[in-house]
Design a protein around this ligand. Structure first.
Ligand SMILES: Nc1ncnc2c1ncn2[C@@H]1O[C@H](COP(=O)(O)OP(=O)(O)OP(=O)(O)O)[C@@H](O)[C@H]1O
Ligand SMILES: [Mg+2]
Length: 385
């Protein structure tokens, strides 16, 4: 972080002094002020590489501050981090939608994630074009049906919230012509991919999605349920879908998309935009062989294998290929194997309960937690690479 400068805008003198010391130790040049208006003057005059601001300023709200920063050509691309004493998710949402790139809550533990965010944002590409920006995007894919793709997508999303309670997480079921995550989590409402894609674009904004997507009890994430029936699935305006995914990324810290086994016109741009492609493979020979073809296809589309996170899921029973046998056919490493849970997995699904809630001590729960941590870390690493 040498030669980079950061502007601290924080009404609390002790906070400012502490941050200044911390940033200097990391090799950053530091400017600081306790007032929002002065912060704006410094930002426009001195053009810091990054701004860290407490949204509770004595003279103006952080939302106004960041909006002015974004409106001015000199600072429209400057990364801004809100470091706030307010843990309220609504405040977080307001700050992010006003233009902050990150929202972190002040605490004794806040410094490592703050430095991590600074490193990431300082090394980031400009905030334009189709780049990996906004929330992390994970797409879930399989080569064959019944491998556990939808169940794992939902369960991993819940574990991400458990690991990072401050984060907001969305799951989008893009499996056509009919979705299944609504059924797994027990959601029966009217809002789904079809109904949202019928709304005018100016209505289906990131703020709308964040405020209106349902949060099924126990699951802790917000859901964009799939098409409710095959007829709607065929009527869906496919061209609206990638745009919806981008809006979800603007609205949420993590967006997990179930693509099922579709490598279609709709899914390819989403796969290319994804931070990580989670490939679910079951242990039968035909699924593994087909998965190898999917991997070849992804490679031909320019998707690097470092973006692919492979889960071997013993969804069908104890028989089947071992991990080394499957790896040999696939030609890549499998990151993790999930054990066969017998009828317990289906039982949890039928009762619309996350595995971690129904069977907290099961090995699968422990693995799901670890996978969720690994995925978030991989995505962060890839963005800073
Ligand atoms: N590790 C496991 N142990 C036991 N059962 C499992 C395991 N993983 C998945 N299952 C079961 O496999 C079935 C299929 O799961 P799921 O619907 O998530 O798969 P899918 O790949 O999304 O299927 P589809 O192609 O229908 O979309 C479910 O009944 C689920 O309970
Ligand atoms: Mg499915």
């Amino acid at each position: 972080m040498a030669n980079k400068s950061v502007l601290i805008i924080d009404g609390d003198a002790a906070s400012r002094a502490f941050l200044e010391m911390t940033f200097r130790k990391s090799g950053l040049t530091v400017l600081q002020t306790g007032l929002g208006r002065e912060g704006l003057i410094f930002a426009w005059r001195d053009r810091p590489d990054l701004i860290v601001a407490d949204p509770n300023l004595p003279d103006l709200p952080g939302e106004t501050l960041v909006a002015k920063i974004r409106q001015d050509a000199r600072t429209s691309q400057t990364p801004c981090i809100a470091l706030s004493s307010d843990p309220n998710p609504e405040r977080k949402a307001a700050c992010l939608s006003a233009g902050f790139n990150e929202y972190l809550v002040k605490s004794a533990q806040a410094i490592p994630p703050l430095l991590e965010a600074i490193t990431r944002l300082l090394s980031g590409k400009p905030v334009t074009g189709i780049s990996r920006q906004g929330g992390m995007l994970f797409v879930f894919l399989s080569a064959k049906g019944g491998t556990g793709t939808s169940s794992l997508c939902a369960n991993i999303a819940t574990n991400i919230v458990k690991n990072e309670p401050e984060s907001n997480v969305a799951v989008a079921d893009l499996v056509l012509p009919i979705g299944s995550i609504g059924q797994i989590v027990g959601y029966q409402g009217e809002m789904d991919l079809f109904s949202v894609s019928e709304l005018p674009a100016e209505q289906a904004t990131d703020v709308f999605l964040r405020e209106n997507l349902p949060k099924p009890p126990l699951w802790d994430f917000q859901l964009l349920a799939g098409c409710p029936d095959p007829e709607k699935g065929t009527l869906l305006q496919a061209k609206r879908v990638p745009e919806l995914v981008s809006k979800l990324q603007q609205a949420f810290d993590y967006v997990l998309v179930d693509l099922g086994r579709s490598l279609s016109r709709i899914s390819l741009p989403i796969i290319q935009q994804a931070d990580v492609i989670v490939l679910i493979v079951s242990t039968d020979l035909s699924t593994v062989t087909l998965t190898q073809k999917v991997l070849e296809y992804l490679k031909a589309q320019g998707i690097k294998s470092e973006r692919v996170y492979t889960i071997l899921n013993r969804a069908v029973g104890l028989e089947g290929l071992t991990k080394p046998e499957a790896e040999k056919i696939l030609g890549i490493d499998i990151q993790v194997t999930l054990p066969y849970m017998g009828s317990n997995f289906t039982l949890a699904n039928n009762q619309h309960q996350p595995i971690i809630h129904k069977f907290p001590n099961d090995t699968t729960s422990i693995s799901l937690k670890q996978i969720s941590t690994d995925l978030a870390a991989l995505a962060r690493r890839l963005r800073t690479a």
